[in-house]
Design a protein around this ligand. Structure first.
Ligand SMILES: [Zn+2]
Length: 345
């Protein structure tokens, strides 16, 4: 399995939908490993707090059903056809936003990863983590790429052309995708506190469908708290992680179950070796639906005899932690001392 990229940051173009979430909230959050100057807009300070929001992608059928395809869409997406070069609507399209699967709606590519290849089809040198599956093409030469969620044919991926520093070209049929402008891209958002945020972040970054994870502080009183203030117990904040995810590929309940599996929700004085009120177990819910899921899972665990002490609290401001706390285990190329996963469901 290839190494997963850290998913802490989002491009400014991927801000949550206006009206539900302050667009400013995510302006400063960029994918790691990609220079801020490659993305449009001016990043806000990293301490900008985010507001709540839980959404689904627009114009998708309810209940996970796939969108009805036109005959031409079906020829390409189902029967692995190819649209003629220089004819697709996204070949010369460079607006900020996200390209989604035209059949299932899963997020596939970010506009920041699109480049001019001159080949006649949209080209990207990276994918949203885990969103695209590569398989050997039946022609025996090329590598076919599919939507990892629904298996829709997207096109082919090529390496060794040296067109960009990543030396990768996803050559995608326009007709396999639907572009969502940045102001309409809608992510699910969850906030979990389960001890040292390095370990919680590490595990949530592994979950397919998670687009970005940020370590930070929430639940306290002071604006823009520092790590030292939180450790000194002067602000009431907990170490927490904010998760942005594609609701097509992963549900809030799946994430909440994972959260319970990667920490001990019965420990009342902290988490593992980390003791103190900033390490307590808590779910910060964005809406009643998230609250119901959290309470249902806690009731399920209590029914099994676990003395769960996880707090269920309304989400407030989330303050991203200092840069050196972000993607900690990815940077260190290590694994958490503080968190391990055990299956509960
Ligand atoms: Zn799909």
């Amino acid at each position: 399995m290839r190494e997963r990229l850290p998913r802490r940051r989002l491009a400014p173009g991927l801000a949550l939908a206006a009206g539900l979430v302050s667009a400013v909230a995510l302006m400063g959050i960029l994918f790691s490993g990609r220079a801020a100057t490659e993305a449009p807009g001016t990043p806000a300070p990293s301490s900008t707090p985010t507001q709540k929001g839980l959404t689904t992608m627009p114009d998708q059928p309810k209940g996970g059903a796939y969108r009805q395809l036109t005959p031409e869409e079906e020829r390409v997406i189902v029967h692995k056809g190819t649209e003629p070069p220089f004819t697709g609507e996204y070949d010369d399209h460079f607006a900020p936003g996200v390209y989604t699967c035209r059949r299932c709606g899963a997020m596939l590519y970010r506009s920041q990863d699109k480049f001019r290849s001159g080949c006649g089809w949209p080209a990207f040198d990276d994918e949203i983590p885990g969103a695209v599956k590569s398989v050997p093409d039946k022609d025996g030469r090329r590598t076919e790429i599919l939507c990892s969620h629904c298996g829709a044919h997207l096109g082919h991926v090529f390496t060794g052309e040296r067109l960009t520093p990543k030396d990768t070209r996803h050559c995608v049929n326009s007709i396999s995708m639907t572009f969502i402008p940045e102001e309409k891209v809608k992510y699910g958002r969850a906030i979990f506190a389960g001890g040292c945020f390095w370990g919680v972040e590490y595990w949530l970054q592994q979950q397919p469908g998670v687009v970005a994870v940020t370590s930070g502080y929430t639940g306290g009183t002071k604006e823009n708290p520092t790590y030292e203030e939180v450790c000194a117990h002067t602000t009431g904040h907990l170490e927490a992680v904010e998760v942005l995810y594609d609701p097509i590929r992963v549900s809030y309940e799946q994430l909440a179950k994972l959260f319970f599996e990667i920490h001990d929700p019965t420990q009342a004085d902290g988490q593992g070796p980390d003791r103190g009120p900033q390490y307590l177990s808590a779910i910060f819910y964005a809406d009643d639906a998230q609250k119901e899921v959290a309470e249902k899972l806690i009731a399920d665990l209590k029914a099994r005899g676990m003395k769960v002490v996880t707090q269920v609290r309304p989400a407030g401001k989330f303050w991203p932690a200092e840069e050196y706390h972000q993607d900690y285990y990815f940077k260190k190329r290590g694994t958490p001392y503080c968190h391990a996963r055990r299956k509960l469901w």
